[in-house]
Write a protein that binds this ligand. Structure first.
Ligand code: GUN
Ligand code: ZN
Length: 429
């Protein structure tokens, strides 16, 4: 069964080096993406072919599905919680809410809502944190499997500085992670991720267990948080007094590397930046969260100049939107405050190929090319009356992308395809 999507097709081939870096992408004004068996088989100019099913998305843009490399599945009902800072936000709301995921029925209900929201916002792949409970991982990956979505996730390991209902132990954290890997990793499109929440909620013994897991399963992703907030950093250093700095904690437990995703990475010393660059670890920029919680302004240019790999993510529920468009909109504003530039091309690169590369998934997703999975988003820059009006004065592709980023949200996502299947229009509400 062949399906052809017709529209204005945009796909990145590399990181844009300037606002007008036309070499960094391919664009077909009247283009098509041909899909068979869930994969892309051809991309190029549209040519009519009798007998082939065509969905005409013109004048909308067709891009690779959006990728969110840092999001918390058990925090759907935390979003928009009023707190002074990170540690207050975690203790007052988040650690209370995540305890509900000890109930499998709750986890199953929220998983369904979570994937609906991703699909609604055009996000086809995410790196997500589950709660400490293995049942939350089962709920998460079961729902992902139903929709055939490529997901990177795992149970958080946390054994201290949190309510008892949210703590495992070094042994149970290790055993449950191993069981989760055996059950889910490689099943369909599931990638299990070793997930020590952050240094504050893991004892030295648990970090050593995470290290053992990383050694046993060197191909797995690892995700954690680092240097988000000044009080958090001071507390982490107090808990790990002989580790030099916050990055040094993960470094000494051999948790850094090309498949390590480090949420936030805002307040870093020169040494820490160099270690991230040397280990090829990924710093994940979470702008809506960093602004909402008041954590700080991510120094994009500094990390980029030093060769640190950068991803961009929502961090819901610290983050305030599921939309990768809104995420890059806020990211743009963070960089404006720092006197740095974020071009529209670079923003859309990050949402697609950039985040795929940061997650080492670019062989499978992130661009529209023959052989890649048909995970696709269709974006409508005329989605609202004010956007349609603004589009009347827009002349270039970059201007259109910038409008989508600045004014767009889930309303601008006309369709979301996962493995060639239209999922957004199939949602019930
Ligand atoms: N640090 C440790 N856990 C979390 C979390 O759930 N959200 C954010 N933003 N930071 C964290
Ligand atoms: Zn987070």
């Amino acid at each position: 069964m062949t399906l052809v999507l017709r529209g204005r097709v945009l796909s990145f081939v590399d990181e844009p080096q300037a606002a007008d870096d036309h070499q960094s992408y391919r664009f077909w004004e009247d283009g098509m993406v041909e899909i068979a068996d869930g994969r892309i088989v051809a991309v190029g100019d549209y040519v009519a072919r009798p007998g082939v099913e065509v969905v005409d998305h013109r004048p909308n843009l067709i891009l690779a599905g959006l990728i969110d490399p840092h999001i918390h599945f058990p925090q759907m009902q935390v979003i928009g919680s009023y707190a002074a800072n990170l540690l207050e936000w975690l203790n007052t709301y988040t650690f209370v809410e995540e305890q509900k995921f000890g109930d499998d029925a709750h986890a199953t209900r929220i998983a369904s809502a979570f994937f609906d929201e991703l699909v609604r916002h055009g996000t086809t792949t995410a790196a997500a944190y589950c709660s400490v409970h293995p049942g939350s991982v089962d709920a998460f990956f079961s729902e992902a499997e139903k929709r055939n979505m490529l997901m990177v996730s795992g149970k958080v390991m946390m054994d201290r500085n949190a309510p008892p209902g949210l703590c495992d132990t070094p042994e149970t954290g290790y055993d449950q992670t191993k069981a989760g890997i055996a059950k889910w990793h490689g099943k369909g499109r599931a990638h299990y991720c070793i997930t020590p929440r952050f240094a504050i909620t893991s004892s030295h013994e648990q970090m050593a267990m995470a290290e053992a897991l990383a050694r046993e399963y060197p191909d797995l992703h690892i995700q954690t948080h680092v240097s988000e907030n000044l009080a958090e950093i001071a507390y982490a250093n107090e808990l790990y007094p002989n580790f030099g700095d916050y990055v040094g904690i993960y470094e000494k437990f051999h948790l850094l590397g090309p498949k390590t995703l480090l949420g936030h990475a805002i307040h870093l010393s020169h040494r820490e930046v160099e270690v991230l660059a040397e280990t090829r670890s990924v710093a994940v920029f979470c702008p809506t969260s960093n602004l909402f919680i008041g954590s700080g302004l991510f120094d994009y240019d500094r990390l980029h100049t030093h060769g640190v790999r950068i991803a961009a993510a929502t961090d819901v529920g610290g983050g305030t939107s599921y939309s990768m468009l809104k995420t890059m909109d806020e990211g743009y504003k963070v960089l404006q405050l720092r006197g740095q530039r974020l071009t529209p091309l670079r923003s859309f690169y990050h949402m697609t190929l950039g985040n795929a590369r940061a997650m080492s998934l670019e062989a499978d997703i992130g661009s529209l090319e023959a052989g890649k999975m048909a995970d696709i988003v269709v974006l409508d820059a005329r989605a609202t009356p004010q956007m349609a009006l603004r589009m009347q004065s827009i002349e270039t592709l970059s201007e259109e992308l910038f409008l989508l980023q600045t004014c767009g949200d889930d309303r601008a996502v006309a369709e979301t395809y996962v493995a060639g299947k239209a999922l957004k229009s199939a949602l019930l509400n």
